[in-house]
Design a protein around this ligand. Structure first.
Ligand code: IMP
Ligand code: MG
Length: 187
């Protein structure tokens, strides 16, 4: 789905599909080089990171294993907190593996911080991070991000896996919705 298909609900585009594609190609080349001979395990946190994981893995030039985990974080309102539980776990034992966590967006950083520490606790040989988007203004915990995509302003964004109320995940670019959408008058 493209911006034109949901034009009425979109305020403006932040990152185009071409920009995303180009960036992911660059990161894939770097990752392929860095993990040569090590068959990395790419881990996506469901559901937002799925698009990025698929695009990254397909642009890589070395074999990689993929896996998924689903987390829920209990916080006040829309912001996440440090309390996180596993809703659906990985099917892979990460012990001794070189893990690359693929994230859609780092907001407070709580989710990622927890995930990195958990995979290290399980004995991963290395844990690195690729985040397609970062919202630096909202960061609460610092997590080292080795592979970076784009920085976005402190606005709620959708597309390329990111949703608002489970919508707009299949948009091929990153965009900001019109305020009316959140207010429920433009559904
Ligand atoms: P954190 O734990 O606060 O860093 O939350 C990260 C998660 O919150 C991301 O993986 C997204 O699922 C979700 N999230 C944060 N900001 C946005 C946004 O602007 N649009 C859609 N989802 C978001
Ligand atoms: Mg997410």
């Amino acid at each position: 789905m493209q911006i034109a298909d949901v034009q009425e609900q979109i305020d403006h585009e932040l990152v185009s599909s071409q920009q995303i594609e180009r960036k992911i190609r660059q990161v894939a080349a770097q990752v392929s080089h860095d993990y040569q001979g090590r068959r990395p395990l790419l881990v996506a946190v469901l559901k937002g990171a799925v698009n990025t994981l698929v695009a990254l893995s397909q642009a890589m030039t070395i074999d990689a294993q993929i896996d998924f985990m689903s987390l829920s974080s209990y916080g006040s309102g829309s912001s996440s907190s440090g309390r996180i539980t596993v809703r659906q776990d990985l099917s892979t034992d990460v012990k001794g593996r070189n893990v690359l966590i693929v994230e859609d967006i780092i907001d407070s950083g709580y989710t990622l911080d927890w995930t990195v520490r958990e995979l290290k606790r399980r004995g991963a040989a290395s844990v690195e991070v690729f985040a397609l988007l970062e919202k630096p203004a909202r960061r609460k915990v610092e997590v080292p991000v080795k592979y970076k995509g784009f920085e976005v302003p402190d606005e709620f964004v959708v597309g390329f896996g990111l949703d608002y109320d489970e919508r707009f995940r299949n948009l091929d670019s990153i965009a900001v919705l019109k305020p009316e959408v959140y207010e429920g008058s433009l559904v």
